[in-house]
Ligand binder design. Sequence first.
Ligand code: GLU
Length: 268
Amino acid sequence: MITRFAPAPTGHLHIGHVVNALYVWNTAQAHQGRVLLRIEDHDRQRSRPEYETSILEDVAWLGFTAAAPAVRQSQRGAIYDTALQRLRDEGLVYACECSRREIAEAGVAGVAGEDLRYPGTCATKDLPDAPGRALRVKLAPSEERFDDMLQGPQVQHPHEQCGDLLLRDRLGCWSYQFAVTVDDMDQAITHVVRGMDLLASTGRQIQLARLLGRDTPSRFLHHPLIMKAPGQKVSKSDGATGIRALRAMGMTPSDVLDLARAKLSSSQ
Ligand code: GLU
């Protein structure tokens, strides 16, 4: 059993991450598994090395230990290139010149609400791959079923939710969906443990992994998020729940873990 803790270095560690870390390490312990650390810095605009340093430092301070040194998505370009080539060989990849605005104006909302559904505008244009163009993978309109370890049986329709999935954006950054799917396969992750905000992504990641040759998907556990106020999840810009600030107030690691548990139970 191998799971992972995969923060994006776009801010300092906050109490929501600590809740996730508790679920990740508890699940690993329950299955005699291992935890890998992955720095999800695929977003080159928002990722900062100083956040990576502070996240890793806070994770260690809290007492969470990983089975291997952290890997960093920004150093895994060759692995993503190989995966991309595999999809190209299957004839599944096409270049896309649509801007986010054009996609929004096409006005097809994804069923999951938070998604922008790509209507397939460039699918038949046969555009050459060129700077300033995104890359997408064709998704079949199929149904994905999985049994979430906490939320129970799920049915999702990725093609209706998001349309053909973005692999690389117009600035040349690998997309979250592609990078995370390749990484989970490459690192042989058997259990993905993460917050409910990513539940809607899971069907498309299972489908994409299958296109990349992974027939048996990992197991998934999506846990509740802690809320600042009803409907408002804690975010990185929320200084009051930043671990740095809690440390500066004199809290110990076990105080912070207790706080995370208390916030979780009061959010239920
Ligand atoms: N990097 C994502 C985050 O910080 C987590 C991705 C995942 O667990 O799949 O929210």
